[in-house]
Design a protein around this ligand. Sequence first.
Ligand SMILES: N[C@H](CCC[C@H](N)C(=O)O)C(=O)O
Length: 283
Amino acid sequence: MKLKFTKMHGAGNDFVVIDAIHQKIDFTQAQWKQLANRRFGVGADQILVVEKPQSAGVDFRYRIYNADGGEVEQCGNGARAFVRFVTEKHLTDKRAIKVETMSGVIEPRLEIDGDITVDMGAPILDCARVPFDSTGLVGKNQGRDMLWPLDVNGKTIWISAISMGNPHAVQVVDDIDSAPVEMDGPVIERHTRFPKRVNAGFMQIIDRSSIRLRVFERGAGETLACGTGACAAVVAGILRGLLDSPVKVSTKGGDLRIAWQGETSSVEMTGPAVTVFEGEIDL
Ligand SMILES: N[C@H](CCC[C@H](N)C(=O)O)C(=O)O
């Protein structure tokens, strides 16, 4: 079939966005993987599929597929691209939109200055719900955070296990430029303690209101930015007593602003979303 798509990015985390309201979409995991392939397809970290809502009181549903073709629960940068897409395609005239995802309803809104803010919901810290298997591990407290030991490539690293609807393992490193993201990222992603695999975050604290962050993403590898990863890193830093909200998160692809007032309050992410080109592909 001829598939119309829009290529977009949020701080360099790039997407193929598809209107599944006006196109009939019924692809296999192999076809999603091909579409995301940077040689045999269009190329993207994730594919975002915009659908009519399934629940009342919600404006849209959006599905997220990683570059490996697997469907996942949440995508922060994708939520901003989603808002830019439905606004530019005149699929809504709202500036604050309720969107259902696999992990619940999020509320992105288009700001006057063109940036997009997303209420990403409250972080999930209960290991069983991340999910993270802490059985038999002896964690250590740092502030209000619990750090867990993981054996990775012959060394022990200490991570925060946090879900933003999708799972994250966040560690603090002295210098992200020299951090072993390529070596350790894939091992953390597939660590047996994370039954649904995990996004591996490497956070360098710059000061109490700014960090640098690299994320080796589940199902996509290292991306230029990870929105949910930025949310999880800031939550970990605030719990550890290292950061104060709001925090500037500098990634390879751009800066995000993350705010969180603690406990059960929502994490709020603000950042850019850009349309790069429109296209059509036989798939
Ligand atoms: N790789 C992630 C999904 C995309 C998240 C990221 N691109 C973001 O902006 O949050 C996962 O498997 O949970």
